[in-house]
Write a protein that binds this ligand. Structure first.
Ligand SMILES: [Zn+2]
Length: 274
């Protein structure tokens, strides 16, 4: 498969989803199972960046039977094994990826939240207050070559930020990022923060919080400003595989727990794409 026919599923996990020892409700268990399933069925893991380069015509690789991996919200559970309160030791997604044999191009893109205050509040209010949302791992993991760091906005417009955003922007929703000041606040500010820490152009991919992709951003703001911010593409969570006809500013992803919740459903998902 090459040229116009290629399509690649992008899978999304949340390493902070640790609700028990089983596949449903624990994204570490699901991730390990899914990697084994994909490898057994002859799927090749490739960097998310390759998918974007293919879509933009910057590369033409053979992406037949390939998939790409991403995870959202940026906790240390992405890359470090952590003793989870009440749930035991959780091997990080990176540990599980490193352990997967026969996948020379294996790679994981972690979409992180830029604002330190927002991360501190989420760590306290939504996790366990164990300092899981620091940023000290971003640069070394990026340098390590198995991990990409992506932009998941300034503060996720998360309800832990009690104060309204620009122009009275209500929290808890990303559809409301629908004008210039709000886009600057949520996206430009995050891009600048990541560039200052990781280098210009080091984080060319964006993922919409909650998968909410406002028309203003998809059709207007990103096409005008994306390139100048070092951004090449933006990902939603609308399901479907990325292909030649996908909108670069609203590329689809499949989300674990939303689009599939068992090894059988995962296998069915892949079978539908092969
Ligand atoms: Zn998120």
């Amino acid at each position: 498969m090459s040229g116009r026919d290629w399509r690649v599923p992008v899978l999304t996990y949340h390493a902070s989803t640790v609700g028990g020892p089983g596949y449903a409700g624990n994204d570490h268990v699901a991730f390990a199972s899914d990697l084994a399933t994909a490898t057994r069925l002859g799927w090749r893991i490739v960097p998310l960046q390759w998918v974007v380069e293919q879509r933009l015509g910057l590369a033409e690789r053979d992406l037949a039977r390939c998939l790409a991996l991403s995870c959202d919200d940026g906790t240390v559970l992405d890359v470090r094994d952590v003793e989870y309160p009440g749930q035991g030791l959780q091997p990080s997604l990176l540990t599980l990826l490193e352990a997967q044999p026969g996948q020379p191009d294996r790679h994981l893109t972690c979409f992180v939240i830029a604002c330190a205050q927002a991360r501190a509040r989420m760590d306290r209010d939504c996790l366990h207050g164990l300092d899981w949302m620091g940023e000290d791992w971003w640069a070394p993991e990026l340098a390590g070559g198995r991990v990409g760091i992506g932009n998941h906005s300034w503060d996720h417009n998360h309800p832990v930020m009690h104060e309204p955003g620009p122009g009275g922007m209500p929290r808890g929703d990303f559809h409301v990022v629908d004008d210039e000041p709000r886009a600057d606040f949520e996206i430009r500010q995050a891009a600048d923060y990541l560039a200052a820490r990781l280098g210009p152009g080091a984080c060319p991919l964006f993922a919409y919080p909650y998968g909410h992709a406002p028309d203003f951003l998809v059709r207007d703001w990103f096409p005008r400003h994306g390139a100048s911010l070092g951004l090449q593409a933006a990902f939603g969570t609308q399901g479907g595989a990325v292909g030649a006809g996908s909108d670069p500013w609203h590329l689809p992803r499949y989300v674990c727990g939303l689009h599939w919740s068992s090894p059988e459903q995962f296998e069915d998902l892949l079978a539908g794409l092969a």
